[in-house]
Design a protein around this ligand. Sequence first.
Ligand code: GLV
Ligand code: MN
Ligand code: MN
Length: 400
Amino acid sequence: MWAELLPVGRSSASGGYRRYAWTGADAECRAWFEDQARARGLAYETDRNGNQWAWLGDLAAGNAVVTGSHLDSVPDGGAFDGPLGVVSAFAALDELRRGGARFTRPLAIVNFGDEEGARFGLACVGSRLTAGALTVEDAHRLTDGDGITLPKAMEAAGYDPDAIGPDPERLARIGAFVELHVEQGRALDLTGDAVGVASAIWPHGRWRFDFRGEANHAGTTRLADRRDPMLSYAETVLAARREAELAGAVATFGKIAVEPNGVNAIPSLVRGWLDSRAADQHRLDTVVTGIEKAAREYAAAHGVDLDVVRESFTPVVEFDHALRDELARILGKDTELTVPVLGTGAGHDAGILSARVPTAMLFVRNPTGVSHSPAESAAEDDCVAGVRALADVLEGLACT
Ligand code: GLV
Ligand code: MN
Ligand code: MN
């Protein structure tokens, strides 16, 4: 499976993946998923929001155990964020079938569309739409950096954008969702465990800061006469770091757009996107409020206008305790003290679904903790341990 997936959407320049929603690379990943489903004799379907499903057993029976993740990537992402969960799902099913497992509940493997939000700015669009956490109107307004709307992009990829929307019937079929994911930190490396269970996802969001000044000549405009939005943006980046440090949170400006974007022009617009996350809502509010307040002061000092728009937000997610404990039990350990139970600052479709169905996550050790980078890694032995753990969990939940 890896041999087939590894070249898809890989940039030879960076070695990272550029698998953005509804692009050619995404279509190749989707074709791969469908092939995997059909090769195993699973019932394949695409739902109204473009998420892909591969079913074993009667999909209408209800109480299904679902596993899977996503195949899209951030710009120059790693090989494992997303695909590890999908590959491990198929591999775990193979393992169970080899062992002659007898399923008492339907099982499905899912590939959620547009998890990273790399193209349209909003993460987890496929699962949000399905769960009713994103309105159709808002989804129809999503636009990429080239001005292409989500409906146009879906249409170009052969999907019907008018069909998108909440999917309560599909959610009603699911009894449990378990997403396996490469860890995006070093907690397991530090505890010396190959696999852990998730406890919670930090509340997180994305905010767009538009600093508007005045374009002018870089050579002839006196410093005192400038309304340079780059200055207030730069000061805001430093304020973000300071506020995050004070609150024990994280805050990142990782994407920026500049107009007119000329070497010898003072910018008229600097648009920066803030991603901020914290262990609890209060801390996150403190950080973002502090950054915005500082940004307004800097903007005013430079004669720059500032608009701040919250583009997405996901509240804290506490995974289902009963399912989490069941996973810990199945994995052969009896208390939280022996199975590492970790919180994470990374967002996941599992976090979105957890508002609607009992949801849990397994993490596989990442020796460097690096993620959202071509340098993301996981050892083969750990990936195999992840497959075994997932197979044990699926067997414990769905087999006699
Ligand atoms: C998704 O990976 C996110 O946490 O941004
Ligand atoms: Mn990711
Ligand atoms: Mn992911």
